[in-house]
Design a protein. Structure first.
Length: 439
């Protein structure tokens, strides 16, 4: 399909796209109606109609409109690409990937198509697919900085460290002040357990930005230290980038069942669901979805990532959210407000718990419960271990001792498989700590 200066719909379509981008959906609908009257079989009208429907929350309508666009022009790549992206945004990854590959076959040299297909591959967790298309992109534009960075990150994820380091080296040689590439090489060196080799890059980063807490954190790691916590800015960046795909990645990809199991535990103790609950590291709200609305109490979500909180808010289960570090949230919360505090798959990023656990006890009401998970460290090793993947493991005996020292009178610890990564179970434990009832 072609668009030229005599296109009768061009001005309507451009106007509608601008209106959709601004969220002016009412006027966008009027503009698309005008375009449809001009040319009732214009696939572009239905494509934009699909984007408009999705923005309004009408997912069924979005699929209908985009499928209509594709049926009118089966070989028109933009319509197919938008359908593939919608599948991906709805976690329908099989259909997304199949449709994306059709688009590539139609327009193998279109860089806009390439960007969309790589996005779909990342959303679907198909890093090998992303690598394949990024290599193809670099054949088209060999020196593209963004494509090289993306490829180096994906190669690191696939443990292809040598090639990733070669890419980072080339980028840094071209621009020694390239923050992103310096950080990328540090992350790759940490992932392949060569922390000491990252020291020159961390020094270069600190020379560029001496007060940056993330660069200070990486410098500690390069010096062989174990920071007590990960910097909030690092966590915020990580989870903002994962928010759109987190649910599908965790539940379907990694078989993450902890929110469902903990929700069942809470309902067993509070069958009427009359309680106040603080969900630390609420993420996209998986616990809230499993638990459902409370009756007569309130559910508060805490998460550093604004993007994750936006996803959680869509479920309309939580009463309020706070986008802060969980340590700060606990420190600033008044005494005795909650019957239950949860921290699922979040202490693996929070690090040292010597302050968090006593603060949780203070914030709990009498007879309340703190329920949290940890990845298990070797009982013969240190109390706190920072792994190459950036997550902390905690020694079970140390965590149990912290709970008892804080004043919890009952501390139950259950060994469990937290999730599955690369086909391998991740071992951890769930702690249920009980605050004594009032005398």
């Amino acid at each position: 399909m072609s668009v030229n200066a005599t296109d009768p719909n061009l001005k309507h379509l451009q106007k509608a796209r601008e209106q959709i981008a601004k969220g002016d959906l009412k006027n966008a609908a009027l503009t698309l109606n005008k375009a449809n009257k001009q040319w009732p079989q214009d696939p572009r009208v239905f494509m934009l109609g699909g984007l408009m429907a999705e923005k309004s929350g009408n997912i069924k309508g979005a699929f209908e409109a985009l499928r209509k666009s594709v049926s009118l022009s089966p070989d028109w790549a933009p319509g197919l690409l938008e359908l593939a992206l919608l599948h991906a945004r709805q976690n329908q990854f099989k259909d997304a990937v199949e449709t994306a590959e059709k688009v590539v076959a139609l327009e193998p040299k279109n860089l806009q198509v390439l960007a969309g297909v790589v996005d779909i591959a990342h959303r679907a967790g198909h890093t090998d697919m992303a690598i394949r298309h990024l290599r193809r992109g670099l054949e088209l534009v060999p020196n593209d900085v963004m494509l090289r960075r993306l490829l180096a990150r994906d190669l690191t994820e696939q443990s292809q460290f040598e090639e990733a380091l070669a890419l980072w080296a080339g980028l840094i040689a071209e621009n020694p002040s390239d923050h992103e590439s310096l950080v990328g090489r540090v992350q790759t060196l940490l992932a392949c357990c060569k922390a000491a080799d990252a020291l020159p890059d961390t020094q270069a980063l600190l020379a560029l930005a001496p007060q940056d807490e993330v660069y200070q954190y990486y410098a500690q790691l390069a010096q062989g230290q174990v920071p007590s916590q990960q910097p909030p800015a690092l966590m915020r960046h990580l989870f903002d980038g994962m928010a759109d795909v987190y649910d599908g990645h965790m539940v379907r990809g990694l078989k993450y069942q902890l929110p469902k199991q903990v929700a069942e535990k809470i309902v067993a103790r509070y069958p009427d669901k009359h309680l106040n609950l603080l969900d630390l590291g609420c993420g996209t709200g998986l616990l809230g979805v499993c638990l459902g609305p409370l009756n007569g109490g309130y559910m508060i979500g805490v998460d550093l990532s604004t993007k994750m909180v936006e996803q959680a808010a869509r479920h309309k289960v939580y009463d309020r959210f706070h986008t802060v570090n969980l340590h700060d949230a606990l420190r600033d919360t008044p005494d005795g407000l909650y019957q239950v505090i949860t921290a699922l798959d979040v202490f693996i990023y929070a690090g040292d718990l010597t302050t968090a656990i006593p603060n949780a006890l203070r914030v709990l009401a009498a007879d309340g419960q703190l329920i949290f998970s940890c990845e298990a460290a070797d009982e013969n090793g240190p109390d706190l271990v920072l792994q190459a993947n950036g997550r902390y493991t905690h020694k079970r005996s140390h965590v149990e001792a912290l709970c008892r020292a804080a004043g919890f009178d009952e501390v139950g610890v259950e060994d469990t498989t937290l999730r599955t990564e690369g086909g391998t179970p991740v071992q951890g434990f769930v702690v249920t700590a009980h605050k004594p009832a009032a005398a």
